[in-house]
Design a protein around this ligand. Structure first.
Ligand SMILES: Cc1cc2nc3c(=O)[nH]c(=O)nc-3n(C[C@H](O)[C@H](O)[C@H](O)COP(=O)(O)O)c2cc1C
Length: 309
């Protein structure tokens, strides 16, 4: 479809209830508030904060970041100030600094805890939606990660849904047998959008000494090396659900971003790219803008339209 509008119009996208002026967001845990204060936010359609837990978490002991030949291994361990401190200290600063919708990423250790956290967050202003991080262990289910079992995901999302009318985005783990089944469970439970992928498992060892490069041994693998996996999982998920997808995993530039939109994403998030290039987001916006203007296409025209022959 050919359009006559300008790039600003063509770049607009939306999730379930959230309108985004560009399809670009930041991946949870990769872009901090301090950086944001000096940042031109015109390129962003939304901002996702680092995952918050009910209680503060000190995180894992260093070393906890290692750059591989093709991406990053991290074992930060969800370091965060906890929900009460987040509301007292961080949220007012986000309200002051943020010019785009804030999505709060949070995680619980039981379904009841997720619900209680959502009730508390619902009472706060300045939040446009939530990204539910389900990659964490469920203490009521032998510590098995919430996001690996479709019935648990369905139960969790069904309990969260009546508590909020804001964007309810479920962030999926790639470390599952069938991501489409988990995605469908989240959609059936009432999710308004999905975010994927969270980190893959990864490990690096110093070949000379045998020492693990991160203290915890196995960490989360992200960045350029996971792009083909993330792209395939985005495509598979988009085939299985009709709610919008925010895709991430190894997106470094506008061409990467475009691939994910062809595969079925309505928006994309930049994560590890920020460690290499803090200006990745404005560059992606420029590149996407020039592409869609040149082709006379909008994000909606491209989304899910990849071809096989
Ligand atoms: C240092 C670091 C910290 C992260 N922290 C979180 C987090 O708190 N919550 C979360 O859902 N994902 C977290 N992630 C995962 C990212 O949000 C994203 O899903 C993943 O990095 C894949 O995207 P990328 O390849 O563009 O980085 C983190 C990733 C990195 C590299």
């Amino acid at each position: 479809m050919k359009h006559k509008q300008n790039a600003t119009e063509l770049l607009k996208t939306s999730l379930g209830v959230l309108k985004m002026k560009t399809p670009i967001s930041v991946a949870s845990g990769t872009f901090d508030l301090e950086t944001l204060e000096f940042y031109d936010q015109n390129c962003l359609g939304a901002f996702v904060c680092k995952t918050i837990t009910r209680e503060p978490k000190k995180g894992n002991t260093p070393p906890r970041l290692y750059e591989t030949e093709a991406g990053l291994i991290n074992s930060i361990g969800l370091q965060n100030p906890g929900l009460d401190m987040f509301i007292k200290e961080n949220l007012p600063r986000y309200r002051d600094v943020l010019a785009v919708p804030l999505i709060v990423s949070f995680s619980g250790s039981s379904i009841d805890e997720f619900c209680r956290m959502l009730e508390i967050l619902e009472a706060q202003d300045g939040i446009s939606g939530y990204e539910i991080n389900i990659s964490c262990p469920n203490v009521e289910n032998e510590g098995i990660a919430f996001g690996t079992q479709a019935d648990v995901v369905h139960k969790l999302v069904s309990r969260l849904k009546p508590i909020t009318k804001r964007e309810l985005c479920i962030k999926l783990s790639p470390n599952v047998t069938d991501i489409a089944q988990i995605a469908k469970a989240a959609e059936d439970g009432g999710a308004t959008s999905l975010a994927l992928i969270n980190s893959l498992y990864g490990m690096a060892i110093d070949y000379e000494t045998g020492m693990s490069r991160v203290k915890m041994g196995v960490g989360g693998y992200t960045g350029i090396g996971i792009k083909p996996v993330a792209l395939a999982l985005t495509y598979k998920t988009a085939q299985a659900v009709s709610i919008p997808i925010v895709a991430m995993g190894g997106i470094y530039d506008w061409k990467d971003a475009l691939e994910f939109i062809w595969a079925g994403a309505s928006a994309i998030a930049l994560g590890t790219a920020h460690f290499v290039n803090p200006l990745a987001a404005p560059e992606v916006m420029m590149g996407l803008g020039e592409y869609i203007l040149g082709k006379g296409l909008s994000i909606k025209d491209i989304r899910g339209a990849c071809r096989f022959s």
